[in-house]
Design a protein around this ligand. Structure first.
Ligand SMILES: C[S@@+](CC[C@H](N)C(=O)[O-])C[C@H]1O[C@@H](n2cnc3c(N)ncnc32)[C@H](O)[C@@H]1O
Ligand code: SF4
Length: 443
């Protein structure tokens, strides 16, 4: 197993700041009200290019709320409400495609949520047919979806097999922790059998890119208890493991307040859970990628990491196939021709905007030259753990060097092994807007 990294408690406390996860730069608090006309201009400008595209679809529905959840969720058990949402989502695709002169090439499609697998088989077919109306997938396109094992367990693989037929080739399973005590405390009851049998079904169906999501920092987790979850999941041999730090943001997500502070591991214990599990993943042959991903040697993410083509967007780390992305659905965010665009957050308002024939954009941000430079630096650090040293004057790098997080080589600023664990802190040193907005803690 990897050596466990020890960090001085005072340094840990000093680094445990409220900082962004840099799924974008500038981050969401900088977004401002945005007119539809600006989005249309960017869509048209994109149309003039020959670039391929990424597409993101947000399916917000969940039947129950996991208490830790930081995602954009609509609690729903009403099939009619979901059908109506899908009608609007399909209309949104038609509205965006009005700016395109022909079918655009798509290199990546991702369905996220919420719970995309709350869609019925008929709804999946309808959505994919609509996508094919306006877009054409390039050969080797990455077509991925977030799957909650609890929603596909009972049908013994029927929905998973439809996804395979529809062309999905990457699946991400939400697991978080196998420990029943932790699951009970976050109100997410998902037996180990449910997780393992769903995973095995996906393998049997021939899915190659399988990811498992885990979270550290949840109530009642300890190093000892979480080590069992980590070992059991490594034994399954998923292609990737996403190992997220619990983002506690109760000022945005009221339901997180139902997890009492005193049940959470301390900062030191949370960090120990992370380094222990990290060592187990790496001992199992996984490469540590960016701030929270682990990938097997054969996986495209490992290859992208070593080839320095890894990137980061609102879905987290991603293999760079197409930089420009259109986000469809409630709260979805896209990045097109150097501008971020985010859709409306309220379901009724989202639907009525589309019913009126308008794109449902609410907020956004068009980057200036300095933003683009800082975005390059932050992406480079978050994805490759290094950046050209000529950018040093743009960041507060001296304290990072003194703390042992960063070192200077002849032409690069490189994160040290310790700095890799605090890459958000290093990236934050180049963020011109730091301090404007409240974020989860770095550990
Ligand atoms: C949209 S959810 C996953 C899809 C599906 N709803 C599920 O739960 O299986 C994507 C992932 O985000 C992660 N996540 C959600 N809330 C989080 C939080 N507050 N902190 C860290 N990770 C979180 C979880 O690991 C989750 O699997
Ligand atoms: S973690 Fe997944 S299933 Fe749970 S509330 Fe969030 S989006 Fe829904």
């Amino acid at each position: 197993m990897e050596d466990i990294i020890h960090v001085d408690p005072d340094l840990l406390a000093k680094l445990n700041l409220s900082i962004p996860r840099y799924t974008s730069y500038p981050t969401a608090p900088q977004f401002q009200a945005m007119e539809e006309g600006i989005v249309v201009d960017h869509l048209k400008r994109f149309d003039a290019s020959q670039k391929p595209l990424s597409l993101y679809f947000h399916i917000p529905f969940c039947k129950t709320m996991c208490l830790f959840c930081g995602c954009s969720v609509v609690l729903n058990r009403n099939p009619e409400r979901q059908r109506l949402y899908l009608d609007h989502l399909c209309q949104e695709v038609d509205l965006a495609a009005r700016s395109f002169s022909s079918k655009r090439r798509v290199a990546q499609l991702h369905l996220g949520g919420g719970t995309p697998t709350s869609l019925t088989e008929e709804e999946f077919e309808r959505l994919m047919a609509k996508i094919h109306d306006h877009f054409v997938f390039v050969e080797d396109a990455e077509i991925s979806i977030e799957v909650d094992p609890r929603t596909v367990f009972a049908d013994r693989g029927k929905k998973l097999s439809l996804l395979k037929q529809l062309g999905f080739n990457r699946i991400s399973f939400g697991v978080q922790d196998l420990d029943p005590v932790v699951q009970e405390a976050v109100r997410r009851r998902q037996s180990e059998e449910m997780t393992v049998s769903t995973y095995e079904k996906a393998r049997e169906l021939g899915f190659e890119g399988i990811n498992i999501d885990l979270i550290y920092g949840l109530p009642h987790q300890t190093v000892d208890r979480f080590s069992k979850t980590a070992d059991r999941l490594v034994a399954l041999k998923p292609d990737r493991i996403a190992f997220y730090s619990y983002a506690r943001i109760p000022w945005l997500k009221e339901h997180q307040k139902a997890i009492p502070e005193e049940t959470l591991p301390s900062t030191e214990e949370k960090f120990r859970i992370y380094v222990d599990a990290r060592a187990r993943f790496m001992g199992g042959g996984y490469t540590a990628i960016g701030m929270d991903h682990f990938a097997s040697a054969q996986d495209s993410m490992s290859k992208a990491y070593f080839a320095k083509t890894l990137t980061r967007n609102f879905q987290g780390y991603s293999v760079q196939l197409a930089e420009d992305m259109i986000g469809f659905g409630l709260t979805a965010i896209g990045y097109l021709e150097q501008g971020y665009f985010q859709n409306i957050k309220d379901l009724e308002a989202y639907q009525s905007k589309i019913a009126g024939g308008h794109l449902p954009v609410a907020r956004g941000y068009v980057l200036n030259q300095t933003d683009l430079l800082r975005r390059h630096i932050i992406l480079s650090l978050m994805c490759h753990f290094e950046v050209e040293s000529k950018f040093a004057p743009l960041g507060k790098v001296d304290p990072l060097i003194e703390e042992g997080l960063l070192m200077k080589t002849r032409d690069k600023l490189v994160a040290t092994p310790l700095g890799r664990l605090f890459i958000r802190n290093i990236a934050a040193a180049f963020d011109a807007y730091l301090g404007q907005g409240q974020f989860s803690k770095a550990v």
